[in-house]
Write a protein of this length. Structure first.
Lengths: 142, 142
């Protein structure tokens, strides 16, 4: 099954990047402004258009979600952020895995994830990300 | 074999987007400033760090390259841009196919391609892209 893969390097310690990935407040700063819910293992984070169950949340190391509702193509997929500190930065190795087919929507989501990971970097490095609905648009009407 | 997939929508006709994808001058404006070589079918485009043989170049429709030299992980891979006009824009459906393994470098390249496709959009819509070496950096030392 095809996966969406990305990597960005953030000039910060993994613990700081984890705060932005592993807490609802953090997620509101770079992905979806109106995020609610719980971010502990077993809880569900509500991003409005989708809901993610937290499978793993290891400070400074790894976040793993499973999509429990949202766009049809997303339900059952897994989103994983692995953190590794090297060369003076935290690399975020990202994977949105388990897509059934490489549909056009998957192409769209791949590009969107890239822009959101750069929004994550901006939040951590500069204090301000670009979460939806103020996210970078990648097509007319996005 | 895993693929890198992306999609952006550009507020322009496919013929204009094709100019930026299917000519050396166009490619210098959004991917690599120092691009040389030939962009007709059977010719090789030289991007410096890699060389792409042109497999197909159909105005307003499709560009298809095969990597003939460059980074080890790229040699033999295929890069395909499909253009489709709908909803007042040209959608660029992008695929970098034929990677042997989903290595960390593939994660990096996926994110870079997203930024270059947005550079392509900026070139076409605003007249100025961000080609290497003045591309958007995605990690410290990129």
């Amino acid at each position: 099954m095809p996966d969406i893969l990305h990597r960005v390097g953030i000039a910060a310690r993994p613990e700081r990047v984890y705060e932005a990935l592993g807490t609802v407040d953090g997620l509101r700063g770079w992905w979806v402004s109106e995020t609610t819910g719980g971010s502990r293992v077993g809880e569900v984070i509500d991003f409005g258009f989708c809901q993610m169950k937290v499978v793993e949340s290891t400070p400074g190391r790894r976040i793993h979600w499973q999509c429990v509702s949202g766009p049809d193509e997303w339900v059952g997929t897994e989103v994983i952020f692995d953190l590794a500190f090297k060369d003076d930065q935290t690399f975020v190795l990202f994977r949105h895995a388990g897509w059934k087919e490489p549909v056009e929507f998957m192409h769209h989501c791949s590009t969107k994830w890239a822009t959101f990971l750069l929004s994550l970097r901006d939040l951590v490095e500069k204090g301000k990300g670009g979460p939806a609905p103020h996210d970078l648009k990648i097509h007319v009407g996005d």
